[in-house]
Every structure is written in structure tokens, then in C-alpha cells.
Design a binder for this molecule. Structure first.
Ligand code: CP3
Length: 345
């Protein structure tokens, strides 16, 4: 299908752009009253994720309402451990919760990794196909998955955590098991992302949300080799790697076979550009809290960020992490409007 707006794909590939493309992590979600209305019509988050027509509907909402340059498929990174026989529940106001954790060889026996993606994750593929069809070429669809390290965090810990100390403990007490688990997650993730591309995703983002809790050496041992396999395996569409908090690993990430590196708001754009060079696109990185400021302050902060790009075209504008659910959508619109009216040379 011919895309009417392929700005984000051109920016990812380092081609000419007439302005910077913009989208927001977590744009399909609770910030929009229209999302909350759909969400209230179902029994819970998982029903929404598993019903392709509704997932497609909420995926498209931010394109219609906010005017973003890409849609990201409405799903969750936790559908992968679930497909591997480690199911999760999404508990209201508390987040994900897993009945079974994987902390030992014995517990690892329940893991399944030799299955057909279509069988267990067909609902995501169906949602992508429907979204692509309904968007009719207006903007590209971004597919995604969690990085193996971040998925391991949830499988081992069994719930959210500030430190994921059970997951980090495993890296010291049984590194062999940790590597085996990471490899299984990697294999499933590669098959899953390839299936997303086949279903119509024009771009892929890998979320390593818990990158920042590992030291540089641990990150090089337990995350980068698996990210590298994933980035190299996805051949037909641009790949973004977002390793939140992994500031000291940016030079190592820049060596991987990806097009774009995601930056969080702690990362100085000019400093990261100096580390990465010009062969990659950078994505980010306004502080999500900037959107609590006045419209005028949002405009100022956004322009400050855009100026920090120094006229380099290899940028995709985003926040430094997902948009917070209680941000006023009008404030998000100001952010997007500011990006769209900023002139790139
Ligand atoms: O708009 C989009 O970005 C697409 C949808 C999307 C969701 N989750 C929907 C969601 C994406 C890309 C994700 C990724 C995801 N999920 C990550 C990586 C990105 C990040 O934020 O670091 C992680 C770590 C998860 C796991 C997860 N899902 C947690 C910890 C939680 C609970 C916290 C929360 O925000 O409520 C979720 C729930 C979740 N995933 C919601 C949404 C819209 C909120 C639940 C709801 O609407 O009821």
C-alpha cells in the first residue's frame, strides 16, 4: 500500500525530510477519553488487546485526534511471555502480575518456545492487518516487542519493580539459565516481529525499558547480544532500539544493525549525537513531565529540544518515555503542533 505520509520511515533511513516526524510512546492509551470509553466497554485491558477490531480502533485514535505521524499497534510487550506459557494479569492501578515465575531450571520447564506465532499471537497480527487496512496509507504502523532482558525481568520477578533484584540476582546465581532463557525469548521475538512485518508493520521498535538497572558490563553480557540478533534478523523495515537509562551503552548500541536509537530525557541530544555519529537516527527525547507545563512552556521546551538537533535531519521526535496517563491531550497537541511548524533546513 502506498503511504501518503512516510516521513518517519525516511527519517529512520536517513533520507531527506521536509520536517521532523513526531509520535508518542503510549499515545494509544489512557490520555484519550476516546480510549477510556472503549476500554470501559470491555472487561479489561487484555480483552482490548485480544480483540483485533477494538485494538485497531484505539491504535488509530491518536492519528485522528492528535495528528501523529505514525500509529503504534495497541498491544503489550507481555503477550510474548504469555505465548511462552507464562501468562499475566493486568491488575487495575497496580500493573502486571504473573502467577508463575521462572527462577530455576525446574520452573523453566514450563516454558514453551517451539510454537506457531499465528496460533498464539494471531490476534496481534490480525489487529495489525485491520489497522493497516483502515488507515489506508495515512501513516505507517509501528510494530513492537520487549527486549529479551526486559521480558526476563518480568518473567523472573513476576510483577513490576523498581529494582528487579530477583532478575538481577539470577544473572549472578545462574548465568547459564539466564542466557538460555534470554535466547528462547530472542528466538520467539524474532519470529513474532517478522510476523508483524508480514502482517503490515512498516517499522519495528524494541523496548528495553529496564536497560538502566544493569551496569555497563552486565548490559553488554545479558542484553546487547540478544538485541543484536533481533536487529540483524529484521531486514525489510527500519528498526528502533530504545534502551531506557542505558546511557553508558549508547556507543555499543550504535554498533548494532539498527536504524534508530531511542533516547530518554536524561540523555543529552548533542552528546549522544557525538557518540553515535551520523549513521543512525535518534529518537526522543522530551521529558514526559514537560507536558504538565503551560502551553507556552511546552512550546519553549519543544523548540529547545528541536534546536539541540542542530539541523541534523536524522531525528524522530518523541518523548523520552511513554506519555503519562493524566496529561491533558490539548497539551500533547501543542507539542505536536510545535514540531510540525518547526522548519528544518
Ligand atoms: O500506545 C502505545 O505505545 C502502544 C501500546 C503499548 C502498551 N504497552 C499499552 C498499555 C506499548 C508499546 C506498551 C509497551 C510496554 N508494556 C512496555 C514498554 C514501554 C515502557 O513503558 O517502558 C512495558 C514495560 C509494558 C508493561 C506494562 N504494561 C506495564 C508495566 C503496565 C502497567 C503500567 C501502566 O501503565 O498502567 C502495562 C499496562 C498497559 N500497557 C496500559 C496500556 C495502555 C495501561 C492499562 C490500561 O489501559 O488499562
Amino acid at each position: 500500500m502506498k503511504l501518503q505520509n512516510d516521513l518517519i520511515l525516511r527519517a529512520a533511513k536517513g533520507e531527506d525530510i521536509e520536517r521532523y516526524p513526531v509520535w508518542l510512546m503510549r499515545q494509544a492509551g489512557r490520555i484519550l477519553p476516546e480510549y477510556r470509553a472503549v476500554r470501559e466497554s470491555v472487561s479489561g485491558f487484555k480483552e482490548l488487546v485480544e480483540t483485533p477490531a477494538l485494538a485497531a480502533e484505539v491504535t488509530i485514535q491518536p492519528v485522528d485526534i492528535l495528528g501523529v505521524d505514525a500509529a503504534i499497534i495497541f498491544s503489550d510487550i507481555l503477550v510474548v511471555p504469555e505465548a511462552m506459557n507464562v501468562p499475566y494479569q493486568m491488575i487495575e492501578k497496580r500493573g502486571p502480575w504473573f502467577e508463575h515465575t521462572i527462577r530455576s531450571e525446574e520452573e523453566a520447564k514450563r516454558l514453551e518456545f517451539d510454537f506457531d506465532i499465528e496460533d498464539r499471537l494471531g490476534y496481534v497480527l490480525e489487529a495489525i492487518k485491520l489497522t493497516v487496512k483502515q488507515l489506508d496509507g495515512r501513516v505507517p504502523v509501528i510494530g513492537f516487542a520487549g527486549a529479551p532482558w526486559t521480558i526476563l525481568c518480568y518473567m523472573v520477578e513476576g510483577h513490576g519493580s523498581k529494582t528487579f533484584s530477583e532478575a538481577r540476582k539470577l544473572l549472578y546465581t545462574n548465568p547459564t539459565l539466564a542466557h538460555q532463557l534470554l535466547q528462547h525469548v530472542t528466538d520467539v521475538t524474532i519470529a513474532y516481529l517478522k510476523a508483524q512485518v508480514k502482517a503490515g508493520a512498516s517499522m519495528i521498535q524494541v523496548f528495553d525499558s529496564w536497560a538502566g538497572i544493569l551496569g555497563t558490563e552486565q548490559y553488554a553480557t545479558f542484553s546487547l547480544p540478544y538485541l543484536s540478533q533481533i536487529a540483524s534478523a529484521i531486514e525489510d523495515v527500519p528498526v528502533t532500539l530504545f534502551s531506557k537509562g542505558a546511557i553508558t551503552s549508547i556507543p555499543a548500541l550504535a554498533k548494532l544493525d539498527c536504524n534508530t536509537i531511542g533516547l530518554d530525557w536524561n540523555m543529552d541530544v548533542a552528546a549522544m549525537r557525538a557518540l553515535v555519529g551520523n549513521s543512525k537516527t535518534l529518537q526522543g527525547n522530551l521529558d514526559p513531565c514537560a507536558l504538565y507545563g503551560s502551553h507556552q512552556s511546552i512550546e519553549l521546551e519543544t523548540i529547545k529540544m528541536l534546536n539541540s538537533f542542530g539541523n541534523n535531519q536524522r531525528h524522530i521526535v518523541n518523548l523520552g518515555h511513554g506519555v503519562y496517563p493524566d496529561v491533558d491531550p490539548e497539551k500533547v497537541k501543542t507539542f505536536i503542533k510545535t514540531v510540525k511548524s518547526y522548519e528544518t533546513k
